[in-house]
Design a protein around this ligand. Structure first.
Ligand SMILES: [Fe+2]
Length: 472
């Protein structure tokens, strides 16, 4: 019987540090660097349980690859939400879909008061010289990449510190600038695009007022434009102030509103277009670029927000419930005629899409997207294969094995390569039968195994991570 729920959605076995993990196969000699992963380290505190895949207390993982060997370490993010939970044995901070148990009169709302969760468990990025654990609140946490020790909340300038942010900043490597989208909930709410310089200095690119803000987990960016995809999943800000429900449950699906796409000039901050298209929902923008007068963006789309509901732990535990169908789609916007066209890039059920971001972000000439997917013949209740999509030839390759559950695939390119997919895919895989995880190293070109690295314990399902060529 599958133990996926027990292994992947409960609690990490502990904090460990191992050198020279057992390797099967051969790790390419050129592959030297460190993969960091972020995600929940526990879904329980004392007798209390978080409710949703996007809840839990953050844990960092580190895989350092050198000379064909791999070392591994993991640590909880030592944030206030973690410290207080450990001290009291109870959930103390509101998360995505879980509030601390409090009497109605004692209810405190995390977004409007000072108890904003700092359990930044969704992504990892290096911004300037800082290694940051990123969450959807603006409380993001710096960590030491050598020890995984928590260094404290990162002190952004006030103009960044709005109520929520995306966990997917966009990088313009030619400018050495990072862009982010933050949202403030208020009587007059607004979206704000900011640009972060390597020294942490923040410039406000532009603001868009909004009466009922939408929930957005990412945004698009092309060479000239910032792309705000306002799905019709919106909140009345007052309902956050008088919170009766956990954060995400205040947002309502209003498909009649359609999806509003706002295009902002990255230089001037001027809104150059505001267009409507059919209602849809997405977590992840993939890439965006311009071709003449056309602005193009790729995105992992869903017909509605059923995907959020499917990630409640009681649904994931229920063998009868299935993860809803999504797709990989491309929107083409003619900036002159303001016409939008949508085309399907893949009808495979994909999530956590990645590509060679370093070389091809903002570049329409990219060909390959890597993602986790659902094997249609062998459904197992969670993402159970890795997929490589060739978006030019409309073909795909899969990596599938019975009873294993892959995490986000990260592409690492071979130095001085000529071919886009000359490199490897790194993915942390939960092995249901072995009751532990392993690091998979796939040849990105052929999508076949080069090596696996055994981890002596299971790693809970996480979300995102990052690879750096630095060794830690
Ligand atoms: Fe994400």
């Amino acid at each position: 019987m599958s133990k996926i729920f027990e292994l992947g959605f409960k609690r990490a076995k502990g904090e460990f540090s191992f050198n020279q993990l057992p390797v099967t196969g051969k790790i390419p000699e050129w592959l030297e660097g460190t993969l960091f992963r972020n995600g929940p380290g526990t879904f329980t505190v004392g007798n209390e349980t978080y409710r949703h895949l996007f809840d839990g207390l953050a844990m960092l993982h580190k895989f350092t690859i050198k000379n064909g060997q791999v070392s591994y370490a993991n640590k909880f993010l030592q944030c206030d939400a973690y410290d207080e939970a450990m001290k009291t044995g109870r959930i103390q901070y509101s998360e995505y879909a879980t509030d601390p148990s409090r009497s109605i009169t004692g209810k405190v709302f995390a977004v409007f008061d000072q108890r904003i969760t700092d359990s930044a468990k969704v992504n990892i990025e290096k911004i300037g010289a800082k290694y940051l654990a990123l969450g959807e609140t603006s409380e993001q946490v710096e960590f030491d990449p050598n020890t995984l020790d928590t260094l404290g909340r990162y002190h952004y300038e006030e103009k960044y510190k709005q109520h929520i942010t995306t966990v997917h900043p966009q990088f313009d490597f030619s400018q050495n600038m990072v862009y982010q989208l933050v949202t403030r909930f208020s009587r007059v709410s607004h979206y704000r695009f900011v640009r972060i310089a390597p020294n942490g200095k923040i410039h406000v690119v532009g603001e868009i007022p909004v009466s009922k803000p939408a929930y957005m987990h990412s945004f698009g960016m092309s060479s000239k434009y910032l792309i705000l995809t306002e799905f019709p999943f919106v909140v009345q800000p007052l309902s956050l102030l008088f919170q009766i429900r956990p954060f995400i449950e205040n947002f309502k699906w209003k498909p009649k509103k359609g999806t509003t796409i706002t295009i902002m000039d990255r230089g001037s901050g001027k809104v150059v277009s505001k267009l409507k298209t059919d209602a849809f929902f997405a977590f992840h923008h993939v890439n965006a670029f311009e071709i003449g007068d056309e602005l193009v963006f790729d995105i992992n789309g869903y017909p509605d927000t059923g995907i959020i509901n499917a990630f409640y732990l009681d649904k994931l535990k229920d063998k009868r419930s299935e993860i809803p169908f999504g797709d990989l789609r491309r929107y083409r916007i003619d900036l002159k005629t303001k016409k939008i066209r949508m085309e399907l890039l893949s009808d495979e059920n994909l999530e956590l899409s990645n590509f060679d971001y370093r070389r091809f972000n903002l570049d329409g000439d990219y060909q390959y997207i890597y993602a986790v997917g659902l094997n249609e013949q062998k459904r197992a209740g969670f993402y159970n294969q890795l997929v490589k999509i060739d978006i030019k030839k409309h073909s795909s390759k899969n990596w599938f094995k019975e009873n294993v559950f892959p995490g986000e695939p990260i592409f690492v390119g071979k130095p001085r390569r000529n071919k886009e997919d000359d490199g490897v895919i790194l993915s942390v895989i939960l092995d249901d039968h072995a009751e532990k995880s392993f690091l998979l190293i796939l040849d990105a070109g052929t999508f076949t195994e080069l090596a696996t690295v055994e981890i002596p314990h299971p790693i809970l399902f996480g979300y995102h991570g990052a690879y750096f060529r630095e060794l830690f």
